[in-house]
Write a protein that binds this ligand. Structure first.
Ligand code: MG
Length: 351
């Protein structure tokens, strides 16, 4: 048995530039991987690095794929080095699809009817206010607001206005993308206490570029903040790959793990570790196309939790070219809608 491996590069402008604490992101680059077996069945995977997360780059992943060559034995398809989390996610996803189609393992009807709720995304700043009522009308009950983008005092003073717009019983997630220093994070966490804030995502962050000592200090700060304030904290930028998940589990992180499967390598073993630790998990998009989204959302639907949290996948329509979009943002996502996503169409759109 041999596999034929091909890949295509994509450069996809976003419908609207994505504004984050790291600046403006205008277009997404990545790779779609296609794996075909000798009977002609194909599985697809996606390499979708986020530039500031410290994953491998698209070029590095492409170089590894180029080096693997076109025809591979199953042994040659073994995971590439663990630091290539995005590429391992793509290869594992393509292989899993291929194995499932070879086994004729289409999901049972009752599985397809299961659903998960989705968080509505709100833009940073005052622009969030006008978007809450229409999204509430659609049925969204979890809202995620980007913070740490504008002036701290301005954003803090908007918090109660944002909360006042929420429908009753709704929850608000705050995502700072690691923008705050200790004192800023403390001011936000003081303000969030006794308000309907579901969690504060990545209040602080130091990446590899800031050096090992600074990374350790920021990790200690996050663990301390999680102890000192009642609002749960969530890790996102802190979790780039399986090794980060292991490290935070070992550190006894009791907050939320925001899992972007697209960055995690083969998600199955990591999710097994998180499940064994009874970790509190939110599944989240890496702003990938429908190809990666299909594998990521399948992992989310396979996750068993007594109190599942709303998915962080309310991102589509995302691309100028809608052929690459995942399921359009709606308050609930059905497993059957994930099964309908068509990776082959995205592949063919790249010819
Ligand atoms: Mg985040």
């Amino acid at each position: 048995m041999r596999f034929r491996l091909n890949y295509r590069r994509y450069v996809l402008p976003f419908r609207a530039p994505v504004r984050t604490a790291h600046g403006v992101w205008a277009e997404r680059t990545g790779l779609i991987v296609r794996l075909e077996d000798e009977s002609g069945r194909a599985g697809y995977g996606e390499v979708a690095p986020i530039p500031w997360f410290g994953t491998e780059t698209v070029e590095e992943a492409a170089a590894v794929l180029h080096g693997l060559g076109e025809w591979l034995t199953p042994e040659q398809l073994a995971p590439v080095p663990a630091t290539f989390g995005c590429l391992n996610f793509a290869l594992a996803g393509a292989r899993a699809e291929l194995d499932a189609s070879a086994a004729g393992a289409d999901r049972r009807v009752e599985d397809n009817a299961s659903y998960l709720s989705v968080a509505a995304l709100l833009p940073a700043g005052r622009a969030a206010l006008a978007q809450i009522a229409p999204k509430a009308e659609l049925g969204f009950r979890t809202f995620k607001w980007k913070v740490g983008v504008g002036d701290l005092a301005d954003e803090l003073s908007l918090l109660d206005d944002v909360i006042a717009e929420l429908p009753s019983g709704a929850k608000l997630r705050l995502d700072a993308n690691g923008a705050w220093e200790r004192r800023q994070a403390e001011r936000w966490l003081e303000r969030a206490a006794e308000r309907p804030v579901e969690f504060v995502e990545q209040p602080c962050f130091s990446g590899a570029a800031q050096g090992e000592a600074q990374c350790r200090r920021t990790e200690a700060l996050l663990l301390g903040l999680a102890q000192d304030y009642p609002t749960p904290l969530a890790l996102d930028e802190s979790l780039v790959g399986a090794r980060d998940v292991e490290r935070w589990l070992a550190a006894g992180w009791g907050g939320v793990f925001v899992i972007k499967p697209a960055l995690l390598g083969d998600p199955a073993p990591v999710l097994a570790r998180l499940a064994a630790a009874k970790a509190d998990v939110v599944f989240s998009s890496a702003l990938e196309t429908a190809v990666g989204a299909r594998a990521a959302l399948r992992a989310a639907f396979a996750w068993r939790s007594a109190k599942p949290r709303a998915l962080g996948f309310g991102v589509w329509p995302l691309f100028e070219d809608s052929r690459f979009d995942g399921p359009f943002a709606s308050p609930c996502l059905r497993a059957g809608d994930v099964a309908l996503l068509n990776p082959e169409a995205a592949w063919n759109a790249l010819t």
